[in-house]
Write a protein that binds this ligand. Structure first.
Ligand SMILES: [Fe+2]
Length: 314
């Protein structure tokens, strides 16, 4: 296996917004959108580090799988949080599909469910190495005399390799500096690359966290397009007549935005063109005959699926 570690330091800043609409829409319109937050795209090859506290005492075996990445019911109290990223091998030349992320964290009040499986789910990276999950921002709890920062526990198992358990934190959390684990910035417990920034999109916090772990990947670097774009937001969701899709293209690429039903059939091709690195907005107004229910909004870059959102038509 290749172990040479390469550094990719390409912090891309995308600020301007371009506006696009599809000729295939049944009711398409050019829109002005509000300025999305400027985001720094994580693209460093930093192997995952252990957390000083390890798994902690609240891990429960046999958490259920979530096929769509949704960890919460609609009545779960708390700020919505959506995290996504890709799983890469140690030198970041390959992506690793079928990686299991076993996730657990506290509720908004800082409490673990130590009886059932609320806020405990397993998810799997897809065939492009990509993962996505939706939950709430974990509440803080006291550890001795001080609060632990908001954190998510993740046990990561790549096919054929030993599990790796660690914790994820969030930039700007005032409890990080006082936390014995989150404040470590060097050595085997270095948490600095596990403290991620979040973007507020209409009340939903969005974060990107790429995971670099030991494992055998499937694609060479030349085929690795999945760091080239993402969907930032779809709204409203659920939708009735119209849905707005905000997405970013990180390098000049052929980009397409498509809608699929749960059977995997293509319902609409909203966008399909060569785009420069920028943020874009598409509006889709489906025909009235379209059945209500679950659909998937997919972003493809150079014909490879890089990101999707579950959308619900009322
Ligand atoms: Fe914890």
């Amino acid at each position: 296996m290749k172990k040479n570690r390469r550094q990719f330091l390409k912090n891309t800043t995308l600020a301007a917004i371009a506006v696009t609409a599809s000729p295939l829409l049944s009711k398409a319109g050019t829109v002005k959108t509000k300025q999305l937050s400027t985001s720094k795209i994580q693209d460093d090859c930093n192997p995952l580090t252990q957390d000083y506290y390890g798994a902690g005492p609240f891990y429960t075996e046999d958490a259920p799988f979530s096929d769509d990445g949704v960890m919460i019911s609609s009545d779960e109290v708390g700020t919505r949080l959506r995290l996504s990223g890709i799983i890469k091998n140690l030198d970041c030349t390959e992506i690793i599909p079928e990686t299991i992320l076993d996730i657990w964290h506290t509720n908004d009040a800082g409490e673990y469910d130590n009886v059932g499986y609320n806020l405990r789910r397993k998810i799997k990276s897809n065939s492009a190495g990509f993962y996505n999950f939706e939950t709430i921002l974990p509440g803080k709890y006291l550890n001795g005399s001080s609060y632990r920062p908001s954190h998510i526990h993740i046990k990561i198992t790549t096919p054929g390799f030993s599990p790796f358990t660690t914790q994820l934190y969030f930039e700007g959390d005032t409890s990080i500096s006082n936390d014995a684990a989150a404040s470590i910035t060097t050595g085997v417990y270095d948490a600095s690359h596990r403290i991620i920034s979040l973007i507020d999109n209409d009340g939903v916090l969005e974060g990107t966290w790429d995971v670099v772990v030991d494992g055998d990947g499937i694609l060479g670097a030349d085929d690795l397009h999945i760091t080239n774009g993402m969907i930032y937001n779809v709204s409203p969701n659920p939708f009735t007549d119209k849905i707005t899709i905000n997405y970013g293209v990180f390098k000049s690429s052929k980009a397409s935005v498509e809608i699929y039903n749960v059977q995997g059939q293509l319902i609409a091709n909203i966008e399909n063109k060569q785009l420069e690195a920028d943020k874009y907005t598409a509006i889709w107004s489906p025909q009235k005959v379209m059945a209500s229910g679950l659909y998937f909004c997919v972003l493809k870059i150079n014909d490879l699926q890089v990101h999707y959102f579950k959308i619900l038509k009322k």
